[in-house]
Design a protein around this ligand. Sequence first.
Ligand code: NAD
Ligand code: UFG
Length: 331
Amino acid sequence: MSILVTGGTGYIGSHTVVELLNENKEVIIIDNLCNSSKDVLEKIEKITGKKCKFYEADIRDEKALEKIFNENKIESVIHFAGLKGVGESVEIPLEYYDNNVYGTIKLLEAMKKFGCKKIVFSSSATVYGDPGTPKYVEEMGRGKASSPYGATKAVIEEMLENLYASDKEWTISILRYFNPIGAHESGLIGENPNGIPNNLMPYIQKVAAGELKELSVFGNDYDTKDGTGVRDYIHVVDLAIGHVKALEKLTKPGVYIHNLGTGCGYSVLDIVNTFERVNNVKVNYKIAPRRPGDLAMYYADPTKAKKELGWEAKRGIEEMCRDSWNFVKNK
Ligand code: NAD
Ligand code: UFG
């Protein structure tokens, strides 16, 4: 029996595939390579000494999905495939709904057709909206989405709940990620966005490497310890392990929602300073205006994941900064 990983050559997907192979699971990847490259497959093999089957295809392609389900015995799906640019989603919302929502519908239809009713879905802390308190607990429910990207995640969560309500055989895990950074300790896989990055860590990496002049710190007048925005950064390997644990615990039908975060908040300047210190490099920055749509501070309450999945993040901020830089140096 195999696990189908959609978006498995992407940033979080590739790290999760490594952890699944380390647990001797059979893994099949479907990815259309719109934001990743085939080289990742060799890297995964190098790290684990194991191979996984790869289909270059789009999850919206019904025929391709049928072929995959026909050719393999798929027991469960971990669903990462999707577009993830918050800013980009404001520019091209229809593409986001098409890829993320319609893509998930096609995937769920194929799963249903082939009697595979177990799925782990990549959601995001963004579905909480702005609940007015920095510590996000699963029971708070979904708030108003601040971007079309966030709206697609909220719609998919709701769709999965509706699906379970209609058919009590579905076993569904919704994982709400906080801010994944870092890379595999081998330095072979990590996050490698094209063009000018939007997210903090990829931007810092490019400044440290001399590819970009300086980081703009978006606001230093928030009500936080040093005035800069605070987030719950989580090492991507901890996040990947969270998926393995979630899948292991998916033994009874239902919809299970868990935060995957560390529970600690770090400011932008904490990240910059730690990155400089542990890697002995300079990260030039300037203070810039606040970025529209940003919240001052939020972090996970990780209690539910610890209690129900037996999972907690182990890697600290220093490892996150070290491994992020190690990946860049290794490229
Ligand atoms: P990523 O872009 O590195 O990985 C996504 C992968 O999906 C890519 O390899 C891309 O080629 C593939 N893909 C996209 N659309 C596809 C389609 N229609 N068919 C087949 N493959 C397709 O992104 P990531 O950071 O690894 O994120 C994985 C998931 O986690 C996404 O759903 C994302 O929204 C979610 N998430 C990410 C973050 C984050 O900060 N990285 C935070 C919260 C949630
Ligand atoms: N930041 C800067 N300068 C930059 C980039 C970011 O100061 O060049 C700051 C932001 O203002 C924020 C922090 O760094 O305070 C983190 O910003 P990111 O863009 O890295 O991440 P976000 O918290 O905005 O969003 C991330 C993901 C979303 C996801 C959300 C969920 O990008 O996909 O977490 O928590 F929805």
